[in-house]
Design a binder for this molecule. Structure first.
Ligand SMILES: Cc1cc2nc3c(=O)[nH]c(=O)nc-3n(C[C@H](O)[C@H](O)[C@H](O)COP(=O)(O)O)c2cc1C
Length: 320
Protein backbone atom coordinates (compact mmCIF):
# COMPACT_ATOMS: atom_id res chain seq x y z
CA UNK A 1 0.00 0.00 0.00
CA UNK A 2 1.20 3.51 -0.85
CA UNK A 3 4.20 2.56 -2.97
CA UNK A 4 5.69 5.76 -4.38
CA UNK A 5 8.98 6.97 -5.83
CA UNK A 6 10.01 7.69 -2.22
CA UNK A 7 9.48 4.10 -1.03
CA UNK A 8 11.40 2.94 -4.09
CA UNK A 9 14.21 5.48 -3.74
CA UNK A 10 14.87 4.75 -0.08
CA UNK A 11 13.83 1.07 -0.20
CA UNK A 12 11.36 1.52 2.65
CA UNK A 13 8.03 -0.13 3.31
CA UNK A 14 5.95 3.00 3.95
CA UNK A 15 6.32 6.51 2.51
CA UNK A 16 7.22 7.93 5.91
CA UNK A 17 10.44 9.56 7.09
CA UNK A 18 11.10 10.07 10.79
CA UNK A 19 12.29 13.68 10.83
CA UNK A 20 15.69 14.19 12.40
CA UNK A 21 15.47 15.81 15.83
CA UNK A 22 18.44 17.47 17.49
CA UNK A 23 19.62 15.74 20.70
CA UNK A 24 16.91 13.11 20.18
CA UNK A 25 17.58 11.21 16.94
CA UNK A 26 20.20 8.84 18.32
CA UNK A 27 20.81 5.21 17.37
CA UNK A 28 18.08 3.32 19.27
CA UNK A 29 15.32 5.72 18.26
CA UNK A 30 16.46 5.90 14.63
CA UNK A 31 16.70 2.11 14.42
CA UNK A 32 13.19 1.75 15.90
CA UNK A 33 11.82 4.07 13.19
CA UNK A 34 13.60 2.19 10.39
CA UNK A 35 12.55 -1.16 11.84
CA UNK A 36 8.95 0.05 11.78
CA UNK A 37 9.17 0.35 7.96
CA UNK A 38 9.80 4.10 7.83
CA UNK A 39 13.15 5.86 7.35
CA UNK A 40 15.02 6.84 10.51
CA UNK A 41 17.30 9.87 10.21
CA UNK A 42 20.17 10.51 12.60
CA UNK A 43 20.95 14.06 13.75
CA UNK A 44 24.70 14.33 13.06
CA UNK A 45 24.96 17.76 14.72
CA UNK A 46 24.33 16.27 18.17
CA UNK A 47 27.71 14.50 18.11
CA UNK A 48 30.53 16.76 19.28
CA UNK A 49 33.26 14.61 17.74
CA UNK A 50 33.77 12.60 14.62
CA UNK A 51 34.47 9.50 16.66
CA UNK A 52 31.25 9.78 18.67
CA UNK A 53 29.33 10.15 15.43
CA UNK A 54 31.09 7.10 13.96
CA UNK A 55 30.22 5.00 17.03
CA UNK A 56 26.58 6.12 16.75
CA UNK A 57 26.41 5.19 13.05
CA UNK A 58 27.91 1.79 13.84
CA UNK A 59 25.36 1.30 16.59
CA UNK A 60 22.46 1.96 14.21
CA UNK A 61 23.97 -0.54 11.77
CA UNK A 62 24.17 -3.11 14.55
CA UNK A 63 20.53 -2.53 15.54
CA UNK A 64 18.79 -2.64 12.18
CA UNK A 65 19.25 -4.08 8.70
CA UNK A 66 16.81 -1.56 7.30
CA UNK A 67 17.86 1.61 5.47
CA UNK A 68 18.52 4.69 7.59
CA UNK A 69 19.96 8.11 6.87
CA UNK A 70 21.86 11.00 8.38
CA UNK A 71 20.83 14.64 8.51
CA UNK A 72 23.49 17.29 7.98
CA UNK A 73 22.49 20.63 9.44
CA UNK A 74 23.24 23.91 7.72
CA UNK A 75 21.44 25.99 10.33
CA UNK A 76 23.36 28.54 12.39
CA UNK A 77 24.53 26.86 15.61
CA UNK A 78 26.19 27.82 18.90
CA UNK A 79 28.84 25.16 18.30
CA UNK A 80 30.37 25.48 14.84
CA UNK A 81 29.48 22.36 12.83
CA UNK A 82 32.10 20.82 10.58
CA UNK A 83 29.99 18.74 8.22
CA UNK A 84 33.11 17.49 6.42
CA UNK A 85 33.96 15.32 9.44
CA UNK A 86 30.49 13.77 9.37
CA UNK A 87 30.68 13.26 5.60
CA UNK A 88 33.91 11.28 5.99
CA UNK A 89 32.12 8.90 8.37
CA UNK A 90 29.05 8.70 6.11
CA UNK A 91 31.24 7.58 3.22
CA UNK A 92 33.44 5.23 5.24
CA UNK A 93 30.53 3.58 7.04
CA UNK A 94 28.38 3.28 3.92
CA UNK A 95 25.40 5.35 5.09
CA UNK A 96 23.00 5.11 2.14
CA UNK A 97 20.94 8.29 2.53
CA UNK A 98 21.71 11.90 3.51
CA UNK A 99 19.30 14.73 4.18
CA UNK A 100 20.55 18.28 4.31
CA UNK A 101 18.46 20.91 6.02
CA UNK A 102 18.85 24.64 5.97
CA UNK A 103 17.19 26.86 3.47
CA UNK A 104 19.56 27.17 0.53
CA UNK A 105 20.77 23.77 -0.72
CA UNK A 106 24.53 23.15 -0.41
CA UNK A 107 25.15 22.47 -4.10
CA UNK A 108 28.77 21.29 -3.96
CA UNK A 109 28.19 19.01 -1.00
CA UNK A 110 25.13 17.45 -2.60
CA UNK A 111 26.97 16.85 -5.88
CA UNK A 112 29.82 15.23 -3.96
CA UNK A 113 27.52 12.94 -1.98
CA UNK A 114 25.64 11.90 -5.10
CA UNK A 115 28.87 11.11 -6.93
CA UNK A 116 29.63 8.71 -4.05
CA UNK A 117 26.34 6.90 -4.72
CA UNK A 118 24.47 8.35 -1.74
CA UNK A 119 20.76 9.16 -2.12
CA UNK A 120 20.18 12.77 -1.17
CA UNK A 121 17.30 14.93 -0.10
CA UNK A 122 17.09 18.53 0.98
CA UNK A 123 14.59 20.01 3.40
CA UNK A 124 13.51 23.60 2.90
CA UNK A 125 10.67 26.04 3.47
CA UNK A 126 10.27 27.81 0.13
CA UNK A 127 9.53 26.88 -3.45
CA UNK A 128 12.59 28.79 -4.67
CA UNK A 129 14.92 26.61 -2.63
CA UNK A 130 13.24 23.40 -3.80
CA UNK A 131 13.99 24.47 -7.37
CA UNK A 132 17.66 25.16 -6.54
CA UNK A 133 17.82 21.78 -4.79
CA UNK A 134 16.49 20.06 -7.90
CA UNK A 135 19.04 21.92 -10.04
CA UNK A 136 21.74 20.77 -7.61
CA UNK A 137 20.70 17.20 -8.43
CA UNK A 138 19.05 15.98 -5.21
CA UNK A 139 16.92 12.84 -5.43
CA UNK A 140 14.04 14.31 -3.40
CA UNK A 141 13.01 17.41 -1.52
CA UNK A 142 11.07 17.89 1.67
CA UNK A 143 8.95 20.99 1.99
CA UNK A 144 8.38 22.00 5.55
CA UNK A 145 5.21 23.91 6.40
CA UNK A 146 5.12 26.45 9.20
CA UNK A 147 2.60 24.54 11.33
CA UNK A 148 5.39 22.02 11.97
CA UNK A 149 7.84 21.76 14.84
CA UNK A 150 11.37 23.00 14.10
CA UNK A 151 12.99 25.69 11.95
CA UNK A 152 10.02 26.81 9.89
CA UNK A 153 11.73 29.78 8.26
CA UNK A 154 10.55 33.31 7.79
CA UNK A 155 7.87 32.97 5.11
CA UNK A 156 5.15 31.41 7.25
CA UNK A 157 4.09 29.14 4.38
CA UNK A 158 1.94 26.17 5.33
CA UNK A 159 2.16 22.54 4.25
CA UNK A 160 -1.17 22.93 2.42
CA UNK A 161 0.36 25.62 0.20
CA UNK A 162 3.92 24.39 -0.22
CA UNK A 163 3.26 20.77 -1.12
CA UNK A 164 1.11 21.25 -4.25
CA UNK A 165 3.32 24.13 -5.40
CA UNK A 166 6.44 21.97 -5.12
CA UNK A 167 4.72 18.91 -6.61
CA UNK A 168 3.66 20.95 -9.66
CA UNK A 169 7.02 22.65 -10.11
CA UNK A 170 9.42 19.74 -9.62
CA UNK A 171 10.19 16.54 -11.48
CA UNK A 172 11.73 14.86 -8.43
CA UNK A 173 9.54 13.44 -5.64
CA UNK A 174 8.36 15.67 -2.81
CA UNK A 175 7.99 14.82 0.86
CA UNK A 176 5.54 16.84 2.94
CA UNK A 177 6.56 17.90 6.45
CA UNK A 178 4.75 19.99 9.03
CA UNK A 179 1.60 19.11 10.90
CA UNK A 180 1.30 15.45 9.88
CA UNK A 181 0.57 13.15 12.80
CA UNK A 182 -2.00 10.62 11.55
CA UNK A 183 -3.47 8.79 8.57
CA UNK A 184 -5.53 11.80 7.58
CA UNK A 185 -2.36 13.83 7.29
CA UNK A 186 -0.58 11.16 5.25
CA UNK A 187 -3.46 10.77 2.82
CA UNK A 188 -3.94 14.53 2.52
CA UNK A 189 -0.24 14.98 1.75
CA UNK A 190 -0.42 12.29 -0.95
CA UNK A 191 -3.54 13.96 -2.38
CA UNK A 192 -1.65 17.25 -2.52
CA UNK A 193 1.02 15.63 -4.66
CA UNK A 194 3.60 14.50 -2.08
CA UNK A 195 5.03 11.01 -2.40
CA UNK A 196 5.82 10.72 1.27
CA UNK A 197 5.74 12.55 4.58
CA UNK A 198 8.30 13.55 7.17
CA UNK A 199 7.00 13.47 10.72
CA UNK A 200 8.73 14.74 13.85
CA UNK A 201 6.35 15.80 16.60
CA UNK A 202 4.24 12.61 16.53
CA UNK A 203 7.35 10.54 17.10
CA UNK A 204 8.31 12.57 20.19
CA UNK A 205 5.38 11.03 22.02
CA UNK A 206 6.48 7.40 21.62
CA UNK A 207 7.93 4.80 23.97
CA UNK A 208 11.28 4.73 22.18
CA UNK A 209 11.80 8.48 21.96
CA UNK A 210 14.68 9.23 24.36
CA UNK A 211 13.09 12.17 26.16
CA UNK A 212 11.88 12.10 29.74
CA UNK A 213 8.49 10.48 30.35
CA UNK A 214 7.21 13.65 32.08
CA UNK A 215 7.95 15.64 28.93
CA UNK A 216 6.13 13.09 26.75
CA UNK A 217 3.12 13.28 29.09
CA UNK A 218 3.16 17.08 29.03
CA UNK A 219 3.28 17.05 25.22
CA UNK A 220 0.47 14.49 25.02
CA UNK A 221 -1.63 16.86 27.14
CA UNK A 222 -0.78 19.94 25.03
CA UNK A 223 -3.31 21.47 22.65
CA UNK A 224 -3.03 23.08 19.23
CA UNK A 225 -2.67 26.44 20.99
CA UNK A 226 0.39 25.39 22.93
CA UNK A 227 3.09 26.32 20.42
CA UNK A 228 4.62 29.59 19.32
CA UNK A 229 7.19 30.79 16.81
CA UNK A 230 10.37 32.11 18.44
CA UNK A 231 13.77 33.36 17.22
CA UNK A 232 12.22 35.34 14.36
CA UNK A 233 14.31 38.34 15.48
CA UNK A 234 17.38 36.30 14.51
CA UNK A 235 15.81 35.26 11.18
CA UNK A 236 15.89 31.68 12.37
CA UNK A 237 12.25 31.11 13.32
CA UNK A 238 11.53 27.95 15.28
CA UNK A 239 8.08 26.67 16.21
CA UNK A 240 8.35 25.54 19.82
CA UNK A 241 6.24 24.18 22.63
CA UNK A 242 4.82 27.06 24.67
CA UNK A 243 6.63 26.43 27.96
CA UNK A 244 8.26 29.00 30.25
CA UNK A 245 11.60 28.72 28.43
CA UNK A 246 10.07 29.49 25.01
CA UNK A 247 8.00 32.32 26.50
CA UNK A 248 11.17 33.76 28.04
CA UNK A 249 12.87 33.74 24.61
CA UNK A 250 9.82 35.45 23.08
CA UNK A 251 9.88 38.05 25.85
CA UNK A 252 13.58 38.78 25.34
CA UNK A 253 12.98 39.20 21.62
CA UNK A 254 10.06 41.56 22.26
CA UNK A 255 12.30 43.62 24.57
CA UNK A 256 14.96 43.88 21.83
CA UNK A 257 17.54 41.94 23.87
CA UNK A 258 20.96 41.26 22.38
CA UNK A 259 21.91 38.23 20.32
CA UNK A 260 23.88 36.57 23.10
CA UNK A 261 21.07 36.81 25.63
CA UNK A 262 18.48 35.43 23.23
CA UNK A 263 20.68 32.61 21.96
CA UNK A 264 21.67 31.65 25.51
CA UNK A 265 18.01 31.46 26.57
CA UNK A 266 17.28 29.11 23.64
CA UNK A 267 20.49 27.08 23.91
CA UNK A 268 20.57 23.32 23.54
CA UNK A 269 22.02 22.77 27.04
CA UNK A 270 18.69 23.72 28.63
CA UNK A 271 16.79 21.52 26.18
CA UNK A 272 19.04 18.59 26.98
CA UNK A 273 18.36 19.04 30.68
CA UNK A 274 14.66 18.99 29.97
CA UNK A 275 14.97 15.88 27.77
CA UNK A 276 17.17 13.98 30.22
CA UNK A 277 15.81 15.05 33.59
CA UNK A 278 12.23 16.04 32.78
CA UNK A 279 12.68 19.60 34.04
CA UNK A 280 9.84 20.97 31.96
CA UNK A 281 10.84 24.62 32.05
CA UNK A 282 14.59 24.14 31.58
CA UNK A 283 14.72 24.59 27.82
CA UNK A 284 13.07 24.93 24.47
CA UNK A 285 11.68 22.03 22.42
CA UNK A 286 10.44 22.28 18.84
CA UNK A 287 6.81 21.25 18.49
CA UNK A 288 4.09 21.21 15.85
CA UNK A 289 0.64 22.78 16.12
CA UNK A 290 -0.62 19.26 15.45
CA UNK A 291 0.51 18.28 18.94
CA UNK A 292 -3.15 19.01 19.69
CA UNK A 293 -3.99 15.78 17.84
CA UNK A 294 -1.49 13.68 19.78
CA UNK A 295 -2.86 12.33 23.03
CA UNK A 296 -1.18 8.99 23.71
CA UNK A 297 2.35 7.68 24.16
CA UNK A 298 2.66 4.61 21.90
CA UNK A 299 5.41 2.41 20.49
CA UNK A 300 6.97 3.78 17.27
CA UNK A 301 5.89 0.74 15.22
CA UNK A 302 2.29 1.18 16.32
CA UNK A 303 2.31 4.86 15.41
CA UNK A 304 3.68 4.16 11.92
CA UNK A 305 1.36 1.22 11.28
CA UNK A 306 -1.68 3.12 12.51
CA UNK A 307 -0.91 6.09 10.24
CA UNK A 308 -0.72 3.82 7.20
CA UNK A 309 -3.81 1.78 8.13
CA UNK A 310 -5.85 4.90 8.82
CA UNK A 311 -4.84 6.43 5.49
CA UNK A 312 -5.77 3.22 3.67
CA UNK A 313 -9.14 3.01 5.44
CA UNK A 314 -10.00 6.63 4.58
CA UNK A 315 -9.00 6.06 0.97
CA UNK A 316 -11.26 3.00 0.84
CA UNK A 317 -14.19 4.96 2.30
CA UNK A 318 -13.69 7.86 -0.12
CA UNK A 319 -13.57 5.50 -3.08
CA UNK A 320 -16.96 4.00 -2.26
C1 LIG B 1 12.05 18.32 18.82
C2 LIG B 1 12.37 18.54 17.36
C3 LIG B 1 13.67 18.73 16.96
C4 LIG B 1 13.97 18.92 15.62
N1 LIG B 1 15.28 19.06 15.25
C5 LIG B 1 15.58 19.21 13.92
C6 LIG B 1 16.93 19.31 13.49
O1 LIG B 1 17.86 19.27 14.30
N2 LIG B 1 17.16 19.45 12.16
C7 LIG B 1 16.15 19.47 11.24
O2 LIG B 1 16.39 19.57 10.04
N3 LIG B 1 14.86 19.37 11.62
C8 LIG B 1 14.56 19.24 12.92
N4 LIG B 1 13.24 19.11 13.31
C9 LIG B 1 12.18 19.07 12.28
C10 LIG B 1 11.82 17.63 11.92
O3 LIG B 1 12.88 16.96 11.32
C11 LIG B 1 10.61 17.59 10.95
O4 LIG B 1 10.93 18.25 9.75
C12 LIG B 1 9.38 18.24 11.58
O5 LIG B 1 9.23 17.80 12.89
C13 LIG B 1 8.12 17.91 10.79
O6 LIG B 1 7.03 18.59 11.32
P1 LIG B 1 6.08 18.00 12.49
O7 LIG B 1 6.80 18.27 13.76
O8 LIG B 1 4.83 18.78 12.36
O9 LIG B 1 5.90 16.54 12.24
C14 LIG B 1 12.93 18.94 14.65
C15 LIG B 1 11.61 18.76 15.07
C16 LIG B 1 11.31 18.55 16.40
C17 LIG B 1 9.87 18.35 16.81
Amino acid sequence: MFKTRITELFQIEYPIVGGCMMHISGPEFVAAISDAGALGLMASAMYPSQDQFRQAVRRVKSLTDRPFGVNLSLFPAMRPIDNELYVEVILEEGVPIVETSGHRPPEELLTYLRSAGIRTMHKCVSLRHTLSAQRAGVDAVTVFGSEGGGHIGEYGLTTMTLVPLAADALDIPVLAAGGIVDGRGLLAALALGAEGVTIGTRLLVTDECPIHRDLKEALAAATELDTLPILGSLHNTLRAWRNPAALRVAELEAQGAGLFEIVSAAAGAGSKRMYDEGELDAGVIACSQSIGLVTEIKPVAQVIRTIVREAAAILGRLAE
